[in-house]
Write a protein that binds this ligand. Structure first.
Ligand code: OS5
Length: 228
């Protein structure tokens, strides 16, 4: 089985590459893909670069060029739900694009004709994540993740996203990976560990906790791969 594992920033995949140690590097579409042969599984690991467009390119490439049959995303996120603290893990049950706005034509925020506001993640992969969390006694929350091409560092913007989409966390790539995988019928899971609270302190918190929170998420993904 071929599994795609992606992050947006190098810090989000570095702990995974350090764990597997040996890989072949294939350069394609202005990106590097790290290929690991792990017993019976082939892993295709990459960081996309930040945002929905780069994440979409990477997800499509993992599927169409490298034959990934499942996609796992590992990274960090800003918390919306006040119960989510720095380092806490959240797996997306469904994802939306908070920056899509064609409301001038009477559509709801986040809606594109012939698309959907929310895309559900694969229930089987979420179930495996829950089993890993209980086996390892690691707390794993689930909830709605909102994605947009904006680093949110403003309580009013965060509140708007919370009220419109009932989102628990926000980031800049997950929903685009969801759109790609949903369109191509590929099961996917979006896992994030909290790096900040998307408020006025977000950039400082992000800089402080990017590496540690990214590692929390990456280590969980490594445990999940063993169960696939
Ligand atoms: O990938 C982006 C989304 N990530 C999740 C996230 C988030 N998203 C939105 N709002 C928040 N409050 C969020 N908290 C966590 C994280 C990431 C955010 S964008 C960070 C950009 C930081 C940066 N800019 N330049 N560099 C780093 C240096 C650099 C230089 C060369 C190559 C790459 C990076």
């Amino acid at each position: 089985m071929t599994i795609g594992i992606m992050g947006a920033m190098v810090e989000e995949i570095e702990p995974i590459l350090e764990y597997y140690k040996e890989y072949e590097i294939v350069e394609y579409a202005s990106n590097k893909f790290f290929i690991v042969q792990n017993e019976d599984k082939k892993l295709v690991i990459a960081y996309s670069k930040i945002g929905k467009v780069f994440a979409s390119i990477t997800a499509v490439t993992m599927i169409e060029k490298f034959g990934s049959e499942k996609i796992l995303f590992s990274g960090v996120a800003g918390a919306i739900n006040e119960q989510l603290k720095i380092g806490d893990l959240i797996v997306a049950t469904k994802l939306c694009q908070h920056d899509v706005d064609i409301t001038a034509f009477g559509h709801p925020f986040g809606y594109i004709p012939e698309g959907k506001v929310f895309i559900e993640a694969d229930k089987g992969l979420i179930e495996i994540a829950k089993n890993v969390s209980s086996d390892l006694n690691i707390e794993l929350k689930d909830g709605v993740i909102a994605t947009g091409d904006q680093f949110i560092a403003d309580s009013a913007k965060k509140e708007w996203i919370k009220n419109n989409f009932h989102a628990d966390a926000l980031e800049m790539e997950g929903a685009s990976v969801a759109v790609v995988c949903d369109s191509l019928n590929i099961p996917f899971l979006i896992l994030r560990a909290i790096s900040d609270s998307a408020d006025m302190d977000a950039s400082f918190s992000f800089d402080e906790f990017l590496k540690t929170s990214a590692k929390v998420s990456a280590e969980f993904i490594i445990s999940m791969v063993k169960k696939l």
